[in-house]
Design a protein around this ligand. Structure first.
Ligand SMILES: Cc1cc2nc3c(=O)[nH]c(=O)nc-3n(C[C@H](O)[C@H](O)[C@H](O)COP(=O)(O)O)c2cc1C
Length: 334
């Protein structure tokens, strides 16, 4: 097993790990080492999307660095984004080569670019001699086949990508099916740059199993597991964590703070409830009876209904945190 302290990053989620979420999460749970923005498709302007433009000005939340992410297949656009981020003070940007959704992948963007090493080479050769920031990459093993990444790694090595995060699935799998550690093992043999693992770490036991098999990898990016159990990074790092009843009180405080922050930032617009429901779709798996918990939250349409349901859930249901069995079922049903 890996003896180094694990380094843990919060995975980006469009619509969930927003500015408000990152700010609030890092205040209540300061144990991750990097936060990523959900992807930008270009440089946001004050006129086009003022809040997205302003969010990019934030370099860290509660002392945890924020890495801006770009989804693009255009070296010029990426350079423009990198220059803009650099001017704001960022020192790293992340290139999204993992997005699996067909509307993105069919245009050879995100994971849709993985079968095309010639495109990746063209972009890196146009970008890397001028880029003022580090460039890290988040990708999958491939779009159609897990061998696709093997043609890309020599490029990532050659162009000194600062960190390579690999989600150990294919684009066509979306988030379903098992993660492929056999193919990941081949990646480990080829990379000469720091490697970050991503995929299905839902509990500290999952991390330990992973770490026993891949003792050379101490950096992990965690998504759904952390959205479900906000204590997961502390648990993996071996920090002392309160008992389940006290955890529930802290999770409740965090969710209240997040809800009030959203109401403030969104001027009490009712779409706050939709945003909170997205989060509850994950958090519910930290409770003993996820189906009932989410059923209760899902039906809310007003602030009063939401507040009553949340109070009921925290009063009536037991918090179990990162229960690997429940979460695995959930992971495969996304
Ligand atoms: C709704 C949703 C939105 C996502 N948005 C992004 C994104 O903007 N950028 C990105 O790199 N990955 C995105 N992802 C992928 C996650 O960052 C992560 O790689 C994935 O959930 C697998 O990690 P996990 O098994 O730890 O959850 C998204 C995933 C989902 C389900």
């Amino acid at each position: 097993m890996n003896q180094e302290t694990p380094v843990i990053y919060l995975a980006p989620f469009q619509g969930i790990t927003t500015y408000t979420y990152r700010e609030c999460y890092s205040k209540h749970f300061p144990f991750v080492d990097k936060l990523y923005t959900p992807f930008y498709s270009s440089v946001p302007t004050e006129k086009g999307n003022a809040s997205k433009a302003r969010e990019l000005e934030v370099l860290q939340h509660n002392h945890i660095p924020v890495i801006p992410q770009i989804l693009s297949k255009d070296a010029g656009e990426m350079l423009h984004f990198a220059n803009h981020c650099h001017q704001l003070g960022h020192r790293e940007i992340n290139w999204n080569l993992g997005c699996p959704y067909s509307r993105v992948a069919n245009k050879k963007r995100g994971s849709g670019m993985l079968p095309h090493p010639e495109m990746v080479e063209e972009i890196l050769s146009g970008l890397m001699s001028n880029i003022p920031t580090k460039l890290s990459v988040k990708c999958r093993l491939g779009y159609h086949a897990p061998t696709e990444i093997e043609s890309l790694i020599p490029l990532f090595n050659q162009y000194h990508i600062s960190e390579l995060t690999v989600h150990a699935r294919l684009g066509i799998q979306l988030y379903k099916g098992a993660v492929d550690w056999d193919s990941l093992a081949r990646v480990v043999d080829l990379v000469q740059i720091p490697l970050v693992y991503n995929g299905d770490i839902f509990s500290s036991e999952d991390y330990q199993t992973f770490s026993r098999q891949f003792p050379q990898i101490s950096r992990v990016m965690i998504g759904r597991g952390l959205l479900t159990d906000p204590f997961l990074p502390s648990k993996i790092k071996g920090h002392s964590v309160p008992g389940l009843e006290d955890q529930k009180i802290l999770v409740k405080k965090f969710m209240e703070d997040l809800y009030l922050s959203y109401r403030k930032h969104l001027n009490d617009r009712l779409n706050v409830i939709g945003i909170m429901k997205e989060l509850w779709a994950n958090l519910t798996f930290g409770f003993e009876n996820p189906g009932k918990v989410f059923g209760r939250i899902k039906k809310c349409h007003t602030f009063d209904e939401y507040e009553t349901s949340v109070a009921h859930v925290f009063d009536e249901y037991q918090w179990v945190g990162s229960d690997a069995q429940l979460l695995k079922t959930f992971g495969n049903n996304l």
